[in-house]
Design a protein. Structure first.
Length: 444
């Protein structure tokens, strides 16, 4: 039986290496599920509650814009988290950074449950929400890079790297499913009291999930790639500065490549609650159930897209997804605007498929672009900078476009523009599908 060295960690047998790979993938997937539950629960409740609770004196549309402005703050904070935890992830290890992000995100989410409404403390409620949303954004900003690298850097060969790296991405639909399930359940339990206390319970329950995630993450080993960097004394001193100097093109392109994936995602999973309840006059239950169903479908499409990227190439898979998204936006709003519940459900149910065709291979596509000692910083920055230009503003832009033009097709045009940007950016990115990333340390 062969064995494999892992720097300071000693030598692991093939069997033990496989066991650590499974544990790393499970820990990353469960951890990202918990952190995305925390992040999505906020987005779901924003469209249903926050405008009424924290901006009751505003016109309903203005109140929605104000609520989504706070929602967007979390996205602006995500690159800050990427820089902070990218630095420590490349300096002291992937594992330590992941534990810190989980605690930061979990505590901030738990505290949201106790923020009083406008009737009790006036504008201070919105200010406290903004602060907690900022902390959430910093936490999730550092989470993604570490989770992907914890899985990907345990993969022994490039043959399955896209599939392995797609599992932390699986945390997104899982977190979305749990967030919408929690809101749906407590919406039904609390009934008319949902606006006063029902919405707070899912935030309180998040602290239990954090405990589970912390227990799992404490039990995993550091990745062989980082252990080797430590053993060879090749850890970068200031990785965030170094990656901007050495690989600025990769940071820019990996941010832009996410436009066609991230902006539509938050239209499909956050803005849809506002559009559905105020424009389509659909029931809250129908919308929540449809998003739940869409997230279940993503359980299969995300890892399958990652698997396909190992077969046909990361970049080609991404281009297929971006082209599909550009067309789907028009189909989506055509189905919604029929006002027929069955077609509305179908539109929402299918909405994440074009997203998943990009999101499955995206983790490996982005992380492979950066050399080992700068990988946490570079991948995190590229991934999270997209939040400022894509995910964060998307519900706000969609709301403003509808307010100005009273048409969902204008929003579909916005989705098309985002998809075209992704197509161009993906075409310009190198494709390292078959490259041995463990041999890249001297490249930078």
């Amino acid at each position: 039986m062969t064995s494999i060295g892992v720097g300071d960690s000693g030598v692991l047998s093939d069997l033990e290496h496989s066991r650590q790979l499974r544990r790393a993938v499970i820990a990353s997937t469960i951890g990202t599920t918990i952190e995305w539950y925390d992040f999505f629960i906020y987005g779901t409740v924003t469209g249903l509650v926050f405008a009424k609770l924290y901006f009751p004196q505003s016109d309903p549309l203005v109140g929605t814009l104000q609520a989504f402005a706070i929602y967007a703050v979390g996205f602006v904070a995500r690159p800050v988290g990427a820089a902070i935890f990218g630095h420590y992830g490349d300096r002291i290890g992937r594992k330590a950074a992941l534990i810190a992000t989980l605690l930061l995100m979990g505590i901030a989410t738990f505290l949201v449950a106790f923020v009083p409404g406008y009737a009790r403390i006036g504008i201070w409620g919105a200010i406290i929400l903004t602060i907690l949303r900022t902390v959430q954004g910093i936490g999730v900003g550092g989470e993604w890079g570490g989770s992907v690298l914890m899985s990907m850097e345990w993969a022994r060969t490039s043959a399955h790297r896209g599939f392995v790296a797609s599992w932390p991405q699986f945390g997104v639909p899982s977190g979305l499913f749990l967030a919408n399930l929690a809101v749906l359940a407590f919406s039904a339990i609390s009934g008319p009291a949902f606006l006063s206390w029902g919405w707070r319970i899912p935030f309180i329950l998040s602290i239990l999930l954090v405990g589970v995630g912390l227990y799992i993450r404490l039990g995993i080993l550091e990745t062989p790639a980082f252990s080797r960097l430590v053993a060879e004394n090749r850890v970068e001193r200031v990785p965030v500065v170094a990656v901007f100097k050495r690989q600025p093109r990769e940071i820019l392109l990996t941010a832009l490549v996410r436009m066609g994936e991230q902006a539509p995602f938050y239209i499909f999973t956050a803005f849809v609650f506002t559009y559905g309840t105020t424009v389509l006059h659909s029931s809250r239950t129908l919308l929540l159930t449809a998003v739940l169903a869409a997230s279940v479908l993503s359980f299969f499409t995300i890892p399958y897209a990652g698997y396909l990227s190992d077969r046909i190439g990361r970049r080609r898979m991404y281009l297929i997804g971006a082209a599909t998204m550009g067309v789907f936006g028009f189909v989506y709003f055509a189905l919604l605007d029929t006002l027929i519940p069955g077609w509305i459900f179908l539109a929402i149910f299918l909405s994440l498929v074009p997203h998943d065709l990009m999101y499955g291979p995206q983790a490996a596509l982005i992380a492979e672009c950066f050399t080992g000692r700068l990988r946490y910083s570079g991948a995190s920055l590229g991934y999270q900078l997209a939040s400022v230009i894509a995910g964060g503003p998307a519900p706000l832009i969609a709301t403003a476009l509808f307010a100005a033009y009273k048409s969902g097709y204008v929003i579909a045009l916005y989705i098309l523009v985002c998809a075209v940007i992704s197509l161009i950016s993906a075409a310009l990115l190198p494709d390292y599908t078959n490259r041995d990333i463990s041999a890249e340390y001297d490249r930078a």
